[in-house]
Write a protein that binds this ligand. Structure first.
Ligand code: 13P
Ligand code: SF4
Length: 303
């Protein structure tokens, strides 16, 4: 009797498929993956893929779209079509097109958590790990940062030499964390460092010892010489805590920091995606050309 994992591995080989998984995916999904990383690392990996026919992207829709845009010759499949990032849908592309028409001198930087159609209206994409470097490197002095007001405010604080305008989008998961949540955890564990994702609100981020992407938080947890309070989606904690039993980690607000969309992909759905299920990413040529330009700029300025 072959397990689902055995069947995935056999089909992967047979079909020349590669599996990419975001760090928020469950530990079982991460075990099936050829590559696990944050949004930026996934994009860089996708841009260098050769020798495969198919990519299964375990994450949310914008991640699968990004892989397709950067590796257009591959068949790219999202195992669960309803897995989306609510923040990615918070702006209609027409609104950005209208803004650009009125303000041609302002660069529009899109968090990679956006739809391909929205990226196509923007000058450059950024991720949480690359935003500071990219915004500093842009030739324009004035930048509209979309859609995440929290990541945007963090970038604005860290890059005061640029004038950064914010949109009003947000991650519905990370923005649940309040300043009181962080202060309470600090009081309960006074010897612990607080590691937070920049999608959290500014008033909560003020109390962080380190602010970073999922990969930066994971690196911090691995290197930490004291306990760490982890303030990002709880799969990061769930994967690392059993792997590093000698270290002490506390998950901040475990009931709040759950991204239901990230949890939708299961090994069974990955198997189905390898057998013709799931959704193929098929951007129109115009959207693909525009969004690819913004992603290429991300890799150029972020590399
Ligand atoms: P990373 O850029 O850290 O991968 O984050 C993506 C994301 O969706 C965080 O909520
Ligand atoms: Fe989107 Fe937030 Fe989920 Fe990340 S955690 S995929 S930003 S909803």
């Amino acid at each position: 009797m072959h397990t689902v994992i055995d069947q995935i591995n056999a089909l992967k080989k047979e079909q020349g498929a590669v599996i990419l998984a975001h760090t928020y995916q469950s530990p079982e999904i991460q075990k099936t993956a050829d590559f696990v990383g944050d949004s930026y690392a996934m994009a860089v990996y996708a841009s260098k893929l050769t020798g495969y026919q198919k990519a299964i992207v375990c994450g949310v829709r914008f991640m699968a779209e990004t892989v397709k845009l950067l590796a257009p010759e591959l068949e790219v499949v999202l195992p669960e079509p309803s897995a989306g990032c609510p923040m990615a849908e918070q702006i209609a592309p027409e609104r950005v097109r209208a803004f650009k028409a009125e303000h041609p001198d302002i660069a529009v930087a899109a968090y990679v958590n956006t739809t391909a159609a929205l990226k196509a209206e923007c000058d450059v994409c950024v991720t949480s790990s690359s935003a500071l470097k990219i915004i500093r490197a842009l030739p324009q002095e004035k930048i509209l940062f979309i859609p995440d007001q929290n990541l945007g405010a963090y970038v604005r604080d860290m890059v005061p030499e640029k004038e950064i305008l914010l949109w009003d989008g947000y991650c519905p998961i990370h923005s649940r964390i309040t300043e009181e949540d962080v202060l309470r955890a600090r009081a309960e564990h006074p010897d612990a460092a607080v590691a937070m994702h920049p999608e959290c609100r500014p008033e909560a981020l003020r109390h962080a010892d380190v602010i970073g992407s999922t990969k930066e938080i994971i690196d911090f947890m691995k290197a930490a010489d004291r306990p760490v309070i982890v303030a990002t989606e709880r799969n990061v904690y769930d994967k690392l805590a059993p792997e590093l039993p000698d270290k002490v980690f506390y998950q901040l607000c475990p009931e709040k920091l759950v991204c239901a969309d990230m949890k939708k992909v299961t090994p069974e759905l990955v198997l189905r995606a390898l057998s013709g299920g799931g959704e193929r990413m098929e951007p129109t040529p115009e959207v693909a050309a525009g969004a690819r330009r913004a992603l290429d700029n991300m890799l150029k300025y972020g590399g």
